[in-house]
Design a binder for this molecule. Sequence first.
Ligand SMILES: C[S@@+](CC[C@H](N)C(=O)[O-])C[C@H]1O[C@@H](n2cnc3c(N)ncnc32)[C@H](O)[C@@H]1O
Length: 269
Amino acid sequence: MVVHKQLVDCPAYLGLLLACGKPHISRIMPVLTHGSPVLLCIAVLGGMGPLAAQDAEESRYREQRLAMVDLIASRGVKDSATLAAMRAVPRHEYVPTDSRRLAYGDHPLPIGHGQTISQPYIVAFMTEILQPFPGMKVLEVGTGSGYQASVLAQIGADVYTIEIFEVLATSARERLTRLGFDQIQTRHADGHFGWLEAAPFDAVIVTAAAGFIPPALVEQLKPGGRMVIPVGSVHGIQNLILVLKDESGDLRTRNLLPVRFVPMLSDLR
Ligand SMILES: C[S@@+](CC[C@H](N)C(=O)[O-])C[C@H]1O[C@@H](n2cnc3c(N)ncnc32)[C@H](O)[C@@H]1O
């Protein structure tokens, strides 16, 4: 790198070099600053540039996230635990780097393999419908990015999540660990069969459109439990359905709203 000699004594220039992320400048800093405490101080402050830029970016994302949750609340989601969790979970960490700037728009985004991270309003709506509480045991079918699982875990739920694409299951596992959600249990499998060893569940949430309500998921739901699942075909109508299992095991269903989800696939092998 060329360090312009005539500018070396200019504190602003030194600060700029460091702020631009030229860390190797620090190696020659004692020479450049001639030991001047003022210059050194400015250079050190300048050296915080990249970190400060990162902080500024995080606080921009935070503002966007709060605005996203305000919008969701204005659309009728009231559950304070759901809203608080969505204010806390950094959605931009769950999308590919090149679409981070779109992370807080109220729309789904591609996450690879033809799959998506769901629209934030739908995540909030489905979470609220489950009536989540700390310690609630929840099965999610369709880990995708891991965002929905994280929102539930942020509320304090014990989350078990299944993903049919191995590569998505692996990257979600890594992301959840990196973001401190390592208590979430993940599995690479076909979610039609649920997670028998961990059953029964207080709640089941399916985040891909099923052609029918998988019997195993109903069986693995506790008496008194609730399941939310989009049902319908890929190109036709899909409805978000609430399945309620009463204490004697009888089922009731309620149509909640029309939706559009990627299809629930069968074992890919
Ligand atoms: C709309 S995305 C889910 C978004 C995800 N909940 C999130 O927060 O990012 C649907 C996911 O379901 C997965 N999927 C589809 N069929 C499945 C199945 N039979 N078992 C498990 N996962 C399945 C897809 O691969 C995809 O990742």
